[in-house]
Design a binder for this molecule. Sequence first.
Ligand code: F6R
Ligand code: MG
Ligand code: MG
Length: 379
Amino acid sequence: MKTTLSVIKADIGGYVGHSESHPDIIAAAAECLKKAKKDGLLIDCQATKCGDDLQLIMTHALGAGNYDIHKLAWDTFVTGTRLAKKMKLYGAGQDLLADAFAGNVRGMGPGLAEVEFEERTSEPILIFMADKTSAGAWNMPLYKMFADPFNTIGLVIAANMHNGYTFEVHDVKEHKKIRFNAPEEIYDMLVLIGAPSHFAVKAVYHRDTGETAAVSSTERLSLIAGKYVGKDDPVCIVRSQGIFPAVGEVLEPFAAPILVEGWMRGSHMGPLMPVALGDSTPSRFDGPPRVVCLGFQLNDGKLLGPRDMFADKSFDMAREQANEMADMMRRHGPFEPHRLPLEEMEYTTMPQVMAKLEGRFQPLDAKGNGRYHKLVKKT
Ligand code: F6R
Ligand code: MG
Ligand code: MG
C-alpha cells in the first residue's frame, strides 16, 4: 500500500502579533484532524506550529492533491479562523485568500508539500517548517543535501547515492518547470536556483529508482494575492537514510545559517536560524526567520514522533552565528542589502511612492551635463 504524507499550513492568526501561535488554535485543529482519523479519512495526524503558522501533518492513502484531504485542511483552517476571530488574535484568517473551498488548497493561500510512496522497511522522515521567510528558502539547503559532496559525503562514498539526484525547479513567476540532473547539470541549475525569489526547487528524485526524495511548498502569497499579505513561510518534506542522505546529512546545511528573504514586513534579508519548536517565536524585528525540523519514523502510515531535531546542542553555534548575522544586517536599517531590492518591493507601498514622485523626476540636464559620456578612443 502506498502512503501519502501531506503537510498543509497557513497563518490564520498570531499570538502576540505575528510572533507565535495560540495553543487553543492548535488544540482546535488537532480535534478536527482527530475526528477525520476516527472517520477513517486519515491514517494519522498531528497539528503543530512554526511561529505564527498552523501546521497540519497528515498521513493517508489517497495520494497528493486529494479533494477530501484538502477540504479537511481548508475546513480546519476555517474552524481555527473562527476561533482566532473570537479570541481577537492578530491577523485572523490572514492566509485564507479565497472565500470558499474550490477543490484544492493550492493557490488559495495555504502552503503545502505532499509526497506519496511505498513505505520502506524503515522510513525516517524529516519535516522542515519555516517562519518569516519565502518559498525558495529551501533552494540552498536542498542543493547541499542532494548535490554537494562537501555536505553529503554519501554522494561520494555510498554506492546507492553515487549516481545523484534529479531536481525539479519551478519558475514561480512564469509558471514553468524544468528538471536538472545532478551532478552533471549543477552549473546550469545554479544559475536559476541561485535566484530563489524567481526559481524554487519543488522536488528532488533519486535517479536510479525515480523515488521522491524531497518535496517543498513553492506557493508565493504575494504573487497569488497581488499584494503583500504575509510571508509564504514554506515547508519541506525530506525522506532520509538508505538511498537518501542520512539524517545528519539532511540537517547539516542548517549548521551554517544563510541569508533568506523575509523578516520584518516580509521585506528584508535575514539569517535563517535553526531552532527547537519552542523557540519558533520570532520576536526581534519580527524575526529573525526561523526553521524547525520535526523527525518521524513512519510505521504503516502512523507518525512515530516527533523528534525535535534542532533542539540538539550541536546547533547552538548556528543560532549564535545567526544572531550575529542579524545584528550585522540590522545595522543597514532601510538600506539594501538588508531591505529587499526594489523589484521585490513591488508588493509593498513602493509602487505608490514611485507613482507619487513620477512628475517630480527631471532629466539630469537637457545639455547632457551630469550624464555619463561614452569614452571614444582616439585612433
Ligand atoms: C512578517 C510579518 C510581520 C508584519 C508586521 C506588520 O512576515 O508578518 O513582520 O508584516 O508585523 O504587520 P501589520 O501590517 O499587520 O501591522
Ligand atoms: Mg502572521
Ligand atoms: Mg508566519
